[in-house]
Design a protein around this ligand. Structure first.
Ligand code: NAD
Length: 483
C-alpha cells in the first residue's frame, strides 16, 4: 500500500485532504491490481470546492479577463494536453481498460476541444436590438452563469469531461468536477494542467468520491448555477428531480440503445465492419454503442456471418498491447451486469451465436467478457430494450423500410443511429425519420467538438459541442437605456 499513489481533491489550485480522511481505491480492470487511492469526497469537500470556484468566479483576475485572453488560456491547455498525450492515454488505459490504441486516438483529438473553444471565446456577444422606440437603446449581453458542476462517468473520463470543461471556461464560468469513483486520475491531472496553462486557482476544481456522497452533495449545493452531467439515465433522472425546484440549467447526456440498420443495397463488407466497430469498440462500453442491428432479410445471413466471424477472432487481452482488439470491462460489477444480461437473454429465448462467456483475458486475471452475438431476439426482450453497456450485440432481420423505422424507433432511448445503404434518397429519408439525436450513414462513431449533439427521449436534455452549447453555459441579459 505504501507504494500506491494517493490523489487528494484539487481545490482552489492546490491539493486538499478529504474531510473524511478516507480514500477510494482504483483498480486496473485488466489485472485487478490496485493502481491508486483517490480522496473520498463528502458535502464538506464539495462546499469547499464550490466556495473556491465562487471566489475565483468573482475574482477580477478571472471576471475581468478579456475574452481573447480566455481563449489564449484554452489554447494553452489544449497544447499542454497534446504535450502530455502519451502519459494521459496510458493513465486512462490502466484506469478503465480502454485500449491504448483507442486512447491514443482520443488524445489525438482531445486538444481540438480546447482549441475549438479557444477560437470561440472572443465571439460570444449579445446584439443591438432596433426596437420601435428610438429614444431607448436596447442591447443584449451573454453572461457566464457562475459555478458549473460537471459530473462524468468512467468510460471516457478525459473526453467527456472536456465536452463540459472547455465550453464552460470559454463562456467565463468556473467549474467543480466530480469524476467517476472508478476513474479519477486523468481528470485530476487535467485540472493540474489547467492551472499550469494559467487558469487562476479555483477556476477548475475536482472533488473525487462516490456518486451518492460527493456527486449528490454537488447536485444539492445551493450556489451551483448549472449542472452538466453525463452518465446513466437513472442517475440523470435523479439529478433532474433534485434540481427541479431550483430552476438551474442542466445538460444531461444519458444512456442509449442505438440501432444500426443495414439495407439490402449496402456495401456489406463495410457495413459488417461498421457494425463490429459500432458495438465492440471499448468493449461495448460507450453510450453510442450500436447494440441493436437490423439487417434486411436479403443480406441478413451474409452480414451475420461476417460479423460473427469477426467477433470470434477479435483478440482479447492486455489493453496496453498494440495488437489487442478488446480490453476488459471496467470493473467487476460491470462484468456481472453484462453476464447477467446474456443469461437473461438466454432465458428469454435468445441464441448465442458466439461469445457469451467471461474470461480472464488470457491469464491477466481481469474482468474480460467475450464479444457476444445474440440472434432469435425481438423488441419485447429486455436484452433488446435495455442498455447493457458491454460487448453484446442483438441482430434482427427486417423486410421493409417502414417496418425498420418502426422497430428502430421503438425504444425509450434516442441517442444515435446508423444506416448502411447506397441509396442517397433512402439515406435522407432515414435521417429524417429516425428518432435519434445523431444519425450516421455509411459510417459510425464520427464525432467532433465542432458538431452539436443532443440525446432525444430519455437519452438526454440539452446540447453538447459546437457553438450551440455556449447558450447552455451563458445567460442572456436585456439592457434598456433611455438616451
Ligand atoms: P452513472 O450514472 O452510474 O454515474 C455517472 C456519474 O454520476 C459518476 O461520476 C457517479 O459517481 C455519479 N453519480 C452517481 N449517482 C449520483 C447521484 N445520486 N448524484 C450525483 N452524481 C451521481 O453512470 P456510469 O455507470 O458511470 O456511466 C455509464 C452510463 O453513462 C451509461 O448509461 C452510458 O450510456 C452513459 N454515457 C452517456 C454518454 C452520452 O454522451 N450520452 C456518454 C458516456 C456515457
Amino acid at each position: 500500500m505504501s507504494e500506491l499513489t494517493t490523489w487528494q481533491h484539487f481545490i482552489g489550485g492546490t491539493w486538499v485532504e478529504p474531510a473524511s480522511g478516507q480514500y477510494v481505491e482504483s483498480t486496473n480492470p485488466a489485472t485487478r491490481e490496485v493502481l491508486y487511492r483517490a480522496a473520498r469526497g463528502n458535502a464538506t469537500d464539495v462546499a469547499r470546492a464550490v466556495a473556491a470556484a465562487r471566489e475565483a468566479f468573482e475574482d477580477p483576475r478571472w471576471r475581468d479577463l478579456s475574452q481573447t485572453r480566455r481563449g489564449h488560456l484554452l489554447r494553452r491547455l489544449g497544447d499542454l494536453i497534446a504535450e502530455n498525450a502519451e502519459d494521459l492515454a496510458r493513465m486512462e488505459t490502466r484506469d478503465n481498460g480502454k485500449l491504448l490504441r483507442e486512447m491514443r486516438g482520443q488524445l489525438a483529438t482531445l486538444p481540438e476541444y480546447y482549441h475549438y473553444y479557444a477560437g470561440l471565446a472572443d465571439k460570444i456577444h449579445g446584439d443591438f436590438i432596433p426596437t420601435s422606440d428610438r429614444q431607448v437603446l436596447n442591447y443584449t449581453a451573454r453572461e457566464p452563469l457562475g459555478v458549473v458542476g460537471a459530473i462524468t462517468p468512467w468510460n471516457s473520463p478525459l473526453t467527456l469531461t472536456s465536452s463540459k470543461l472547455a465550453p464552460a471556461l470559454c463562456a467565463g464560468n468556473t467549474v467543480v468536477i466530480k469524476p467517476s469513483e472508478y476513474t479519477s486520475a486523468t481528470v485530476l491531472r487535467l485540472a493540474e494542467l489547467a492551472l499550469e496553462a494559467g487558469f487562476p486557482p479555483g477556476a477548475v476544481n475536482v472533488v473525487t468520491g462516490f456518486g451518492a456522497e460527493a456527486g449528490q452533495a454537488l447536485v444539492d449545493h445551493r450556489d451551483l448555477a448549472k449542472i452538466s452531467f453525463t452518465g446513466s439515465t437513472a442517475t440523470g433522472a435523479r439529478i433532474a428531480s433534485a434540481t427541479a425546484g431550483r430552476f438551474i440549467g442542466s445538460t444531461l447526456e444519458l444512456g442509449g440503445k442505438s440501432p444500426n440498420i443495414v439495407f439490402g443495397d449496402a456495401n456489406i463488407p463495410n457495413a459488417a465492419m461498421g457494425v463490429v466497430a459500432g458495438i465492440f469498440a471499448a468493449a461495448g462500453q460507450t453510450c453510442i454503442a450500436g447494440s441493436r442491428v437490423f439487417a434486411h432479410r436479403s443480406v441478413y445471413d451474409e452480414l451475420l456471418e461476417r460479423v460473427t466471424e469477426r467477433a470470434r477472432t477479435i483478440r482479447i487481452g492486455d489493453p496496453l498491447d498494440e495488437k489487442t482488439e478488446l480490453g476488459p470491462l471496467a470493473f467487476e460489477d460491470q462484468r456481472e451486469k453484462v453476464a447477467g444480461y446474456v443469461d437473461l437473454g438466454r432465458g428469454e429465448g435468445a441464441r448465442v451465436l458466439t461469445g457469451g462467456r467471461a474470461t480472464d483475458g488470457g491469464g491477466l486475471g481481469g474482468w474480460f467478457y467475450e464479444p457476444t452475438v445474440l440472434v432469435d431476439v425481438h423488441n419485447d426482450m429486455r436484452v433488446v430494450r435495455e442498455e447493457i453497456f458491454g460487448p453484446v450485440l442483438a441482430v434482427m432481420p427486417f423486410d421493409s423500410e417502414e417496418e425498420v423505422v418502426r422497430l428502430a424507433n421503438d425504444t425509450e432511448y434516442g441517442l444515435a443511429a446508423g444506416v448502411w445503404t447506397t441509396s442517397l434518397s433512402r439515406a435522407h429519408r432515414m435521417a429524417a425519420r429516425l428518432d435519434a439525436g445523431t444519425v450516421w450513414v455509411n459510417t459510425y462513431r464520427a464525432m467532433s467538438p465542432m458538431s452539436p449533439r443532443q440525446g432525444f427521449k430519455t437519452s438526454g436534455v440539452g446540447v453538447e459541442h459546437g457553438t450551440e452549447t455556449i447558450r447552455e453555459y451563458t445567460r442572456l441579459k436585456s439592457v434598456w437605456i433611455n438616451t
